[in-house]
Write a protein that binds this ligand. Structure first.
Ligand code: GLN
Length: 194
């Protein structure tokens, strides 16, 4: 199994490191040809406007869309914005997943927080909450069609969703020592290969 991490900007190294710790071959994706032979892709957190502009500049947007149509893709934070169909404003996005998101919905950088999250599909499930790191993350306003919310904050705000082979999280699982979200995605990729 080989998983790519979009490496235009943002927290891509952290994703690569966790994947390698899990024994998965992980490569940085910067050009369309880097997508060849990949079984899945992670789009990291960072700044979605920058990621979108750089993807356009390197003529990656359409190849990424085509890759996502056929393969598992996980967007964290800015990556979630980049994957959403509706972000309520005009900026370059992939626009593949049937979700509505609102950027910067949890406040500014100084309002960053970490909170325990119950995620039913993760190893340990509800008994072992996942430490979710929020840094100027987007809010999942609505999951439409086949998109399903898989985790909510204590106040009911949805912060993770899945639609078929696509996964999105408002927060940063690569910034904790907890590999369970990466294991979850690796499992999605393995299931997609069968
Ligand atoms: N605020 C950023 C954006 O709008 C996302 C922040 C992050 O990825 N941590 O793209």
């Amino acid at each position: 199994m080989k998983i790519g991490v979009l490496a235009l900007q943002g927290a891509f190294i952290e994703h690569i490191n966790i994947l390698r710790e899990l024994g998965v071959e992980a490569v940085e994706v910067r050009l369309p040809e880097d997508l060849e032979g990949l079984d899945g892709l992670i789009i990291p957190g960072g700044e979605s406007t920058t990621i979108g502009k750089l993807a356009d500049t390197f003529e990656l947007t359409e190849p990424l869309r085509e890759f996502a149509a056929e393969n598992p893709v996980w967007g964290t934070c800015a990556g979630m914005i980049f994957m959403a169909k509706d972000i309520g404003r005009d900026q370059p996005v992939l626009g593949v997943m049937d979700i509505v998101v609102e950027r910067n919905a949890f406040g500014r950088q100084v309002d960053s927080f970490i909170t325990p999250l119950e995620v039913s599909g993760l190893d340990g499930g509800e008994a072992q909450p996942f430490p979710a790191v929020f840094i100027r993350g987007p809010r999942l306003v609505e999951a439409r069609g086949d998109a399903q919310v898989i985790a909510c904050l204590a106040d009911g705000t949805p912060v993770a969703a899945r639609e078929g082979q696509w996964l999105v999280t408002s927060f940063h699982p690569e910034l904790t020592g907890d590999p369970r979200f990466h294991e979850y995605f690796v499992k999605m990729v393995a299931e997609d290969q069968n």
